[in-house]
Design a protein around this ligand. Sequence first.
Ligand code: NAG
Ligand code: NAG
Ligand code: NAG
Length: 389
Amino acid sequence: MLLFVVLVVAAAVRSSAGRPSSSSSQPHNYLEENESQEVRSEAIRRLLEVFGMDDPPSTRGHKQAPQYMLDLYNTVADVDGVTKDPYLLEGNTVRSFFDKLRSENVEYRFNLSNVARTEKVLTAELHLFKLRPQSSVTFNKHHFCQVNVYQVLDITKNSTQDRKLLSSRLIPIHSSGWEVFTITQAVRLWMADEGSNQGLQVVVKTLGGSQVDHRMVRFASGRSHHQSKQPMLVVFTDDGRRSAALEGKDPNDTPLLPQLPMAGPPLPSRSARSLDYGEEEPAAASCRRLPLYVDFEEIGWSGWIVSPRGYNAYHCKGSCPFPLGQNMRPSNHATVQSIINALKLTRGIETPCCVPDKLFSINLLYFDDDENVVLKQYDDMVAGSCGCH
Ligand SMILES: *[C@@H]1O[C@H](CO)[C@@H](O)[C@H](O)[C@H]1NC(C)=O
Ligand SMILES: *[C@@H]1O[C@H](CO)[C@@H](O)[C@H](O)[C@H]1NC(C)=O
Ligand SMILES: *[C@@H]1O[C@H](CO)[C@@H](O)[C@H](O)[C@H]1NC(C)=O
């Protein structure tokens, strides 16, 4: 069904893209133009629905996507955005948020209003970049410090009773790099009650419990450090849109990877177009998988999608004549239907249809309306193989 919508949209986008050249040779037909505009915007709206959105995110000048999100994307997806292993990612959505407070006092606040109420929070992590101690104070008898992350319960008060310990770690004083704290409970609370989101506070102590010189243990802040080191909240969620095919399956039973080479540069859209809509295939061509490149730039989405630029959805085309060989991967039902058709036992029985019989998911890395970078997995987007059914 989803794939069908994509095909319809791809066709609509292409036919409207082809319009200017055809209309230049004919008198302007406004009615037809209006209609095609309507079809186009309806098609784009339906495609957005496939991607779980009501409106396309705004595309103001974007910042650089966080390296963590780029690495995560490259871990779960191949160059075409196709999921490498559907069990690598827990849930189907990963959202990153930048700190809104931009304070120098190791206090942070994240705006979660873009997370849908229906999304189930699986894990939430605070990512802080620890800087090296300032050189003037590097000599110190302590090797470790204790870093506590608190949920602020009442911002108007400033006492230890009004905060709740979420996470505590021992960190080498001389280290530098990303430190990750799990704060899932607080984020679940914030999701249930937006008003309870009063932010986070970090307190650094020696192992003996005394204060640490703030020049010794420093974390990059959104205000005075490079964007690539900004404090970040990463939330793993599931929006419940997983396909039925994945549920209840043995995680060790990994599906076959697509049969045709998926790597390498995508087909230029011209050749994909001529494959789809050009000369008719010979009638005898039997059911097989052909390319169908969905180009996000052509659809007008390249402003907010970070990766991929497009993907090969493939499509299934060809006849399913009697007798169906095993390479057609026929179901028993298709085999019987093909026999009935060949014997002409019953009128009006067609040969079976050439359709996708295995579907793969793709991943999208994109900016949402609030400039947060989101990684989302969409099931059943790529025809992995075709068969007669
Ligand atoms: C086409 O649409 C425009 C507004 O979108 C409208 O003003 C115009 O009358 C329409 N033309 C026809 C022929 O329907
Ligand atoms: C969070 O962001 C939304 C829109 O992006 C905004 O309407 C809302 O006021 C923000 N909330 C806070 C507490 O800043
Ligand atoms: C809270 O109190 C600490 C010391 O007890 C002080 O350093 C800090 O600036 C105070 N924060 C606010 C927001 O008043």
